[in-house]
Design a protein. Structure first.
Length: 314
């Protein structure tokens, strides 16, 4: 066979191999498209679609019964004179600023206690995780309202010592505090994450510190907290996002009113009232985007500040 014939034969074989590879690649692309289709449909139909629709409705007057009427920036202007909006922001910020650090402190403290290798650790870990599974449920919120009611378990306990307790959920000075306690009680999820992070800290560091005479508090602040700072940051961001969106507890405890005297009027509850009680869906959509901006701003602030206190191995 001449050199030209061998070249043609080699070219044909390469062409066939290339065609086979191309068909194989097309089959892989089609399979990937089929598997990704449900996620893409969900993203467009459940997330992006409603977000775009709510952005449009934020500039309209819409009552769910008639066609939306474009009103420009009227809903934005209304926010600056809305006293209940200001009250809901005050309540929500108070709730977030107080409850999130308290919950993280309790979760970290229990994680440090469980990290000492006590007997029956899986059982204790499961029991302590349960509040995170139950805390956001309607049943627990109803139970919480009964426990802190005028004739609830808290006042029954105080009566043993001759103390007459108030109606905790019906007093504007204490109603928000009961919901904060409920949030702190759901410490299970961050506790488990803290415990997993503590297990990743090398024991040799503590042994070396103990050899140098470092006390346990010194080890906590010099070894544990710096190496655990990425986990603290992770739990902090998730806690802030979740707290800003809290709804069920305030709705059930206040019977959907945000009372007494709007002391439990969370932002999400006020948004719900505007959209589905007063049927001002256009204004509710504008409030939803305001909440998105607030959460985004706090998250960005946390990421910016993390460079000053979060330490990574590298």
């Amino acid at each position: 066979m001449s050199a030209l014939g061998e070249f043609r034969s080699l070219s044909r074989s390469r062409s066939k191999a290339g065609s086979a590879d191309h068909r194989e690649k097309n089959r892989d692309n089609k399979a990937a498209a089929v598997f990704l289709a449900p996620w893409v449909i969900g993203l467009v139909g459940i997330t992006l679609g409603p977000m775009i629709a709510s952005l449009y409705l934020a500039f309209t007057d819409y009552n769910l019964l008639q066609d939306p009427q474009f009103t420009g920036l009227d809903n934005i202007r209304r926010m600056f004179s809305d006293e209940r909006l200001a009250q809901s922001l005050k309540v929500t910020f108070t709730y977030v600023i107080v409850s999130v650090p308290l919950q993280l402190a309790v979760a970290l403290g229990l994680a440090l206690l469980l990290d000492r290798g006590i007997r029956g650790l899986p059982l204790y870990r499961s029991i302590l995780y349960l509040p995170s599974l139950l805390g956001a449920s309607v049943a627990i919120a109803v139970l919480w309202r009964l426990v802190f009611g005028t004739e609830g378990l808290v006042n029954a306990f105080l009566a043993i010592f001759g103390i007459e307790g108030p109606g905790w959920v019906s007093d504007p000075d204490t109603a928000l505090g009961t919901i904060i306690i409920l949030h702190v009680w759901t410490f299970g999820a961050p506790m488990v994450i803290f415990l997993a992070g503590l297990r990743q800290i090398p024991r040799e560091l503590y042994e070396a510190a103990a050899t140098d005479g470092a006390s346990r508090p010194k080890q906590l602040f010099s070894i544990t907290l710096p190496l655990l700072s990425p986990i603290i940051f992770f739990n902090l961001v998730l806690g802030l996002i979740g707290s800003f969106q809290s709804f069920t507890q305030a709705y059930i405890v206040s019977n959907g009113t945000g009372g007494p005297s709007d002391s439990t009027l969370f932002f999400s509850l006020y948004l719900y009232q505007e959209g589905f009680t007063s049927f001002r869906m256009g204004y509710a959509s504008a409030l939803a985007w305001l909440l998105l901006i607030i959460i985004g701003a706090f998250t960005a602030l946390n990421f910016w500040a993390s460079k000053y206190w979060v330490f990574y191995n590298d």
